[in-house]
Design a protein around this ligand. Structure first.
Ligand SMILES: C[S@@+](CC[C@H](N)C(=O)[O-])C[C@H]1O[C@@H](n2cnc3c(N)ncnc32)[C@H](O)[C@@H]1O
Length: 207
């Protein structure tokens, strides 16, 4: 089972803090659910809803893939998928479930994406602003970006979340204004459920 592990500039500089924190979270979820599928193993509803905009074939990047719920959905739809995550545990679980996944353990804070390489980039519940210009460059012309993550509105429910990890109103739309914005919305997902989330969601295409 081949998994690619990338280190910054060839040095063993993986920031073990984030990797360890996410490994612990995935381990705890797994023990808690005793082998049942976690929400991280299912595709995000916004991705499923917007599947008419997915390319029929080609290469997709799932940035901060987690356990591969989105990656699995994309593979089922005929795409080749490269999934990158800092948590080696998450990447190994995803690869075990999805043998054709191009699985990469890497820290996206020191990662370079190749230009014009991807037909699709998905970014769900991960916020690293300096990746955004790379996403635009890394899409092929006609390539699609699907993005959803938490907004500052979330602080009304979770004041403990650091604002730097939350999108400001209109920020996501503005960041990708040079793409053709197909869908954009801000609001609550699952408002009456167990885990309500204030999010901004976007589907955009590179001209
Ligand atoms: C909230 S989860 C989202 C997972 C998946 N995208 C989803 O929607 O289910 C955030 C993911 O970001 C990953 N992550 C955090 N920091 C990272 C970094 N610096 N580089 C790569 N992945 C990172 C974590 O390991 C975790 O899997």
């Amino acid at each position: 089972m081949q998994i690619i592990r990338l280190y910054h500039a060839g040095l063993n500089l993986m920031p073990t803090h984030d990797a360890a924190r996410w490994n612990a979270r995935y381990r705890a979820d797994n023990e808690h659910l005793d082998g049942m599928r976690t929400s991280f193993e299912r595709p995000r509803p916004f991705l499923v809803e917007n599947s008419p905009y997915l390319p029929a074939s080609g290469l997709a990047l799932d940035a901060a893939m987690g356990l591969g719920g989105n990656a699995g959905f994309l593979i089922e739809r005929g795409l080749r998928v490269a999934g990158v995550d800092i948590s080696d545990l998450a990447v190994r679980c995803a690869k075990a479930r999805l043998p054709s996944l191009q699985a990469v353990i890497a820290d996206l804070t020191c990662f370079s994406l190749p230009p014009a390489a991807f037909d699709l980039i998905v970014n769900f519940y991960y916020l690293q602003r300096d990746l955004w210009p790379q996403y635009i460059r890394a899409l092929k012309p006609g390539g699609v970006l699907i993005f959803e993550t938490l907004t500052q509105e979330m602080m009304t429910l979770r004041p403990d979340i650091e604002p730097v990890y939350l999108l400001a109103p209109g920020e996501l739309r503005k960041a990708f204004a040079e793409l053709e914005i197909i869908v954009y919305r801000e609001g609550w997902v699952n408002p009456h459920g167990k885990h309500p989330r204030a999010v901004a969601s976007l589907v955009a295409r590179k001209p």
